[in-house]
Design a protein around this ligand. Structure first.
Ligand code: DHB
Ligand code: MG
Length: 221
């Protein structure tokens, strides 16, 4: 099935997605340095993130897990010129390429890349730090519960939170799988269930060039 899913993603991309040399270059720069391109969002997923931002007229975006900033550039392109993104990446080898890709894109929006553990960076933001309108959580899956709670401190009513990779080909259902990443996502589901600060939550399974995976989406109350 993977071949069929990838071919269909290519078809969608050819018909509906703009050719963007900046994004293509960012992706090529990822694989050219031996970094695993499959960690990046697919173009049609990047477009979905962009559209969620546009629908909600978001101006301030937080991303946890920059990787090489391919998704960051999709997020940035959705913003008005005075838009702001704070993106956090824990691994130096990713952050070097991310900064390169951000610089090469030369977008008018402000993209601030901070390198370090997202929990520590979020905890170090000054009190009264202006909340974000849109949050994309795509860092280590083990820490999703902690990230979700911390992100709520930087949200306002109506903030949209998207969490990537919450299906993992259905591994979430395999009771014998106790990998920290899988346990982290299970805990995230329990946390989202009836969370007093969330208005509504759902998750969508996707198939495509990235296999069988999906997003969770929540709106802050
Ligand atoms: C992995 C992480 C991701 O964020 C993703 O989109 C796909 C795979 C991973 O760690 O395997
Ligand atoms: Mg991901």
């Amino acid at each position: 099935m993977q071949q069929r899913w990838s071919a269909m993603d290519a078809y969608i991309e050819a018909h509906l997605l703009p050719e963007d040399p900046t994004l293509q270059q960012a992706f090529q720069n990822t694989e050219a340095h031996g970094l695993p391109g499959h960690l990046a969002v697919a173009p049609n997923q990047g477009m979905l993130l962009q559209m969620l931002i546009q629908m909600n007229r978001c101006k301030r975006v937080l991303e946890l897990g920059t990787f090489t900033a391919y998704s960051t550039l999709w997020l940035a392109r959705a913003l008005p010129q005075d838009g702001y993104i704070l993106t956090i990446e824990a691994r130096d080898i990713h952050a070097v390429r991310a900064q390169e890709n951000i610089d090469q894109a030369g977008l008018p929006q402000t993209i601030e890349l901070k390198v370090g553990r997202a929990t520590e960076i979020l905890k170090s933001l000054p009190p009264g730090f202006e909340p974000f309108d849109f949050i994309f959580i795509d860092a280590d899956k083990q820490s999703y519960p902690e990230y979700l709670e911390l992100c709520l401190n930087f949200s306002h009513s109506g903030t949209v939170i998207v969490l990537d990779n919450v299906i993992r080909a259905g591994d979430i259902l395999n009771a014998e799988n106790h990998k920290p990443s899988i346990e982290g996502i299970r805990t995230m589901y329990r946390l989202m269930q009836n969370h007093p600060r969330l208005l509504s939550s759902t998750a969508l399974q996707t198939v495509g060039s990235k296999g069988h995976d999906g997003f969770a989406i929540a709106i802050v109350k």
